[in-house]
Design a protein. Structure first.
Length: 307
């Protein structure tokens, strides 16, 4: 199997059949053996019947139905597990992602990239989505150091070894480029066409962006400090202890010189910094002890083995 196209959806009955036909229009000329994997994330409309109608015409369609809505990360994870293609394309089902970009994603992969992310350079969304999205993408670039403009774009292409090396859960699907980059995979980006929503309404609200920032913290922890917690908590603890001790030493010198320490808020600040520092340092030490007591060696993406 050359290509798998994974499409999670929720209540997209008006879009699915048109999406299928567009995909076939742009993928068939590539002369690739491909499959379409649709993940029904708990739809309550007529989406499944529309897909079954398309499947009668296109046997390459495969459908996985969830009993309830579990979220996009779970749907993508299920699709990745079932994908048989050497290359995996993901896209949204609302017709905002353009299947005409699939050949362009494949060409970019041929340049030596392992993951290629779409960039909705010109978005057709309301300002209530575009402004928070820009803030989210800027913060993610700043904290991760990965120069991608659009982490939220659903249109991406992966080599199979990428999705096999990186498990996803929660809402971590938007951080797959980050996780892939830290595993040593080469990540690229291309501008893609973005269309205004034709049917229905968006399934994501402001809550998604708040969850996204929480997940960003999770990603930073599990990639940088999961196997070396002392590097984070120990450093924070030492900084607090240093400044706390410095304040207490200065106050002690002043006390020996006859200055009273009553009504000196700095005294309580110094004590607080030392206590917080000791607790943080101890937390890092305990974390290191727990890590070393188990077989928690990180799993790395091996590119090649030559014997």
């Amino acid at each position: 199997m050359d290509l798998s196209i994974v499409i999670p959806f929720l209540n997209e009955e008006d879009s699915l059949q048109e999406l299928v036909e567009r995909i076939y229009t742009h993928v068939r000329p590539l002369n690739l053996q491909f499959e379409l994997i649709f993940i029904d994330d708990g739809s309550t409309d007529d989406s499944i019947n529309r897909l079954l109608e398309s499947k009668k015409k296109h046997p390459e369609i495969k459908i996985v139905r969830f009993r309830k809505n579990f979220g996009k990360s779970t749907a993508l994870s299920e699709g990745f597990d079932r994908a048989q293609g050497k290359i995996v394309i993901t896209m949204d089902a609302d017709l905002q992602d353009d299947p005409a970009e699939i050949p362009n994603l494949l060409k970019k992969l041929d340049e030596g990239y392992d993951l290629v992310s779409g960039w909705k350079k010109k978005r057709h969304d309301p300002i209530t989505k575009t402004v928070p999205s820009k803030l989210f993408n800027f913060t993610t670039r700043l904290l991760t150091g990965i120069k991608i403009h659009d982490f939220n774009c659903g249109l991406k292409a992966y080599r199979k070894e990428v999705i096999r090396a990186i498990p996803i859960y929660g809402e971590l699907h938007r951080y797959l480029p980050v996780l892939a980059h830290w595993q040593g995979f080469r990540v690229g980006e291309i501008p893609v066409k973005h269309h205004a929503r034709k049917f229905g309404h968006t399934k994501f609200g402001a809550r998604r962006f708040l969850s996204g920032f929480f997940d960003l913290i999770t990603v930073l922890f599990i990639t940088r400090y999961k196997h070396k917690p002392m590097h984070l908590f120990g450093l924070f603890g030492l900084i607090n202890m240093f400044f706390g001790a410095l304040i207490l030493v200065v106050l002690a010198i002043q006390w020996f010189q006859g200055e009273p320490l009553s009504r000196r808020p700095l005294l309580f600040l110094g004590i607080l910094l030392v206590i917080v520092g000791v607790q943080s340092f101890s937390l890092g030490l305990i974390g290191d002890m727990l890590t070393s007591s188990k077989d928690t060696r990180p799993k790395f993406a091996v590119k090649e083995v030559i014997e």
